[in-house]
Design a protein around this ligand. Sequence first.
Ligand code: NAP
Length: 262
Amino acid sequence: MRIAVVSGGNRGIGLEICRQLARRGVHVVLGSRDEGRGNAAAAALREQGISVEPRRLDVSDERSVKELARALAADHGGVDIVVNNAGIAMQGFNAEVARNTIEVNFFGALRLTSELLPLMRAEGRIVMVTSGLGDRRSVSEPLQAQFGEAALTREELVQLMRKFVSDVSAGRHTEEGWPSSAYAVSKIGLNALTGVLARELEGDRRKILCNAACPGWVRTDMGGARAPRSVEEGAETPVWLALLPSGGPQGGVFRDKAPAHW
Ligand SMILES: NC(=O)c1ccc[n+]([C@@H]2O[C@H](COP(=O)([O-])OP(=O)(O)OC[C@H]3O[C@@H](n4cnc5c(N)ncnc54)[C@H](OP(=O)(O)O)[C@@H]3O)[C@@H](O)[C@H]2O)c1
């Protein structure tokens, strides 16, 4: 049986991804930064006849991520699917918002994926839950070129994300070509990370595929009640990428199961 980890699995799109993967016969580890909320979400799924394994997972906390990796190795001997769904969209814009948003939305996905990659089995799948707001055109042309650079490395991307946070702190982010949206920059970074990881996986015998899914505007706590899409619709593309057959796409950003411009 394939083992999947879903971050931010206790509510919203993440919970629905857990539900759909479990329905398709995957053993789902539902990650939740609050243990009580994770247990409650798992209990609610159980009422629908769906069994998942709730586990504490705060993607901004190195120790929590390492603890999950240890538990997966001990209890399951590895992992097949990693869905980086956890995300925040904070009100306002200042240095703290920039730091926290990049920490969770970008570094959280990088941290979890890096920790779990050594445990991933052949034909593993990594999915980033991104956003249409992660469009490179919202940064200056020089930054667009850097994010889109075909040979961009993990270290260079990490430096770019750190530079955004320090530019905001220093009050120079506009001159440096960044938008006043930490969320948008975090998702541009996540899209670029998808390509970086895909390149790092070239030549890896396990044939792991790494892709990003934009769920569209979805009715969740984050998306609000006016959003046109249900969580079922929002989870469709992430679940499709999580279950891609062999030889599927690598390093792409998708919306409605089709390549998306970013
Ligand atoms: N809704 C939309 O319209 C929309 C559109 C485009 C992209 N997205 C993306 O889709 C993903 C899910 O969004 P959503 O709408 O379902 O949001 P949501 O309802 O606000 O749920 C966010 C989830 O992320 C978790 N989370 C936040 N920080 C975390 C951390 N440090 N460690 C672990 N989990 C953490 C939350 O846990 P708690 O319950 O503990 O807070 C919650 O489970 C996000 O990446 C979001 O950016 C959403």
